[in-house]
Design a protein. Structure first.
Length: 551
């Protein structure tokens, strides 16, 4: 029964756990897909917004700087002397430097302004460090001065201790000749507020990376230069634009991010979200799910244990009761009949079955008792004489055979007395058969009263009887013979209502080595009886072993 209870509990737990886990896994997978799709969409929006803001910032700076390149003072300073009035330079480098510094003071977003000629020689600068220096060797400017704005890759500037972007704009003469370039230095940190300034912008952070994976700017933290991203991560992000992955950022925090390459600047725009923030709700939902599953399992297990107990306990009682029935005890009523379910009905049927078995058992016991009595009667009839109640001749032969075997084993003699009622035929004819039967019955009773419990008495046939006395000699048996003769000397016969004198002739022998069969013994006893009758009846004649040897 324990296995049934365990199976009920296991089934209940599995029926709760398996669907819950399957549905939970499907739900979590779907939620994770949605989360990834939403994260991907939000990161793309965030990166696109940042790229747009960067391009807008560059374009705005270019637009503002274009108004500076058309200043007369710049054009005059870079024009050939032949182009100037009277062949003289109207604006000296000192005046140009003063102009650039005044512009620098008015435009706080600009870190430095420098004017170079077509040979990249510094003409004037808002900083004294570039004046009268050798030509600029910046590779991003190219070999020839372009008629279009040129933007430098962002880099950490040792002088300004920040990441800077330089924009070079052509200075065009009145005759549409390129006279030189105006180089403006901007602090990239100026764009930091604009990277996430839209109220509708998704939550997340922006990193600007140089072509080597170095972190130039982070919208959520100050960057200590040099800070770099893991090369393998940067390589994947750069070569798979728009595909997000999970990695550790420069702050060694797990994030989910994707990257795009900006159009106006040779930088990589990386949009990222903290992994724990993205999956916070998912993790909370997962934990809540496991808590609910655990509570459900406890509830279902409790119900299963209760149901198992309510089923197993009555069944255990039925098993115990069945075991008692097997042992023969039918007085075992089951006390769960108050239940209205199948177990209660089973208990009711069990009690009915037990009652039927008790009734059947009573009948069987009564029939068995009667049969035993009949068997005993039959057994008794099979070994006793119907008139006298003594053993019959068949039983006598078995008794003698058994005594012979005992005599051969133990050498303990036994005696046989063969008894005959004198003149019984005349008494039977004279008094009638009923009186004759009564005489035989009375003689048999006297015989039983005269012998020990270990002796045997049998009716040999007609009016002859045989007594077997165990562990007795012939001389000892003669004493018993005289006692029997004395008891039957006067018998009261109820049939004729008078006392009758009955005499007996008795032949006595004892077992000898030569006796091997009951027939031999009875034959010798019959010879002794013959001698008693021949001697005049009403007496006992003993054949002692020595006499028998003499004969």
């Amino acid at each position: 029964m324990k296995s049934i209870k365990s199976k009920i509990i296991v089934f209940a737990l599995l029926s709760t756990l398996v669907p819950s886990l399957v549905l939970g896994m499907i739900s979590f997978q779907q939620n994770e897909k949605l989360i990834k799709a939403n994260v991907k969409r939000e990161l793309r929006i965030l990166a696109s917004h940042a790229s747009y803001e960067i391009d807008a910032w560059i374009n705005q700076n270019i637009h503002e700087a274009n108004s500076l390149t058309s200043a007369k003072i710049l054009i005059d300073a870079l024009s050939n002397p032949a182009d100037n009035q009277n062949g003289q330079i109207k604006n000296s480098p000192e005046i140009l430097t003063h102009y650039l510094r005044s512009v620098h003071k008015r435009l706080e977003t600009i870190l430095e302004l420098t004017v170079i000629d077509t040979q990249k020689k510094v003409i004037a600068s808002s900083s004294n460090q570039h004046v009268h220096k050798k030509p600029l060797q910046e590779e991003w400017l190219g070999n020839r001065i372009s008629q279009y704005p040129v933007v430098s890759p962002p880099q950490f500037h040792e002088k300004f201790k920040t990441v800077t972007v330089q924009i070079a704009l052509p200075i065009i003469s009145y005759n549409d000749y390129i006279l030189g370039q105006l180089v403006l230095v901007y602090d990239l940190l100026e764009i930091k507020p604009a990277l996430k300034n839209s109220p509708k912008s998704p939550r997340g952070e922006i990193l600007l990376l140089n072509p080597d994976g170095g972190v130039l700017l982070a919208s959520h933290a100050d960057v200590t230069h040099p800070s770099t991203l893991d090369p393998s991560t940067f390589h994947y992000l750069k070569n798979n634009p728009g595909n997000f992955t999970t990695f550790k950022d420069f702050l060694q925090e797990y994030v989910i991010g994707l990257a795009y390459t900006a159009e106006m600047l040779p930088i990589t725009v990386l949009a990222e979200k903290k992994h724990r923030d993205v999956y916070a709700a998912w993790t909370e939902q997962r934990n809540l799910f496991f808590v609910l599953v655990g509570i459900s399992i406890l509830i279902v297990a409790s119900i299963a244990i209760y149901l198992g107990h309510s089923i197993v306990t009555p069944l255990q009682r039925l098993i115990n009761a069945t075991g008692q029935i097997v042992k023969g005890n039918l007085d075992i009523p089951i006390t769960v009949v108050t239940q209205k379910d199948e177990v209660g009905k089973l208990a009711q049927m069990f009690n009915l079955m037990t009652e039927k078995l008790r009734q059947s058992q009573s009948k069987i016991l009564a029939a068995n008792k009667a049969m035993q009595q009949k068997n005993k009667l039959l057994e008794k009839l099979s070994i006793t004489d119907g008139l006298t109640g003594l053993y019959n001749r068949n039983k006598l032969n078995l008794i003698i055979q058994d005594q012979l075997l005992r005599f051969q084993r133990n050498n303990r003699t036994f005696a046989i007395l063969m008894i005959d009622v004198d003149y019984f035929k005349e008494l039977n004819d004279k008094l009638g058969h009923i009186a004759g039967d009564e005489i035989l019955t009375t003689v048999a009773k006297c015989l039983m009263q005269s012998i020990r419990s270990i002796d045997f008495a049998a009716r040999f046939g007609g009016d002859e009887f045989i007594i077997i006395q165990t562990e007795t000699t012939a001389s000892e048996a003669a004493i018993t013979a005289e006692r029997i003769r004395s008891k039957v000397s006067e018998i009261y016969c109820k049939t004729i209502d008078k006392t009758i004198n009955v005499t007996l002739s008795i032949g006595i022998i004892q077992s000898e080595i030569k006796d091997t069969t009951p027939t031999a013994l009875i034959s010798r006893a019959d010879n002794a009886l013959y001698e008693a009758k021949h001697a005049g009846r009403n007496q006992a004649y003993t054949i002692n072993p020595s006499t028998a040897l003499t004969d």
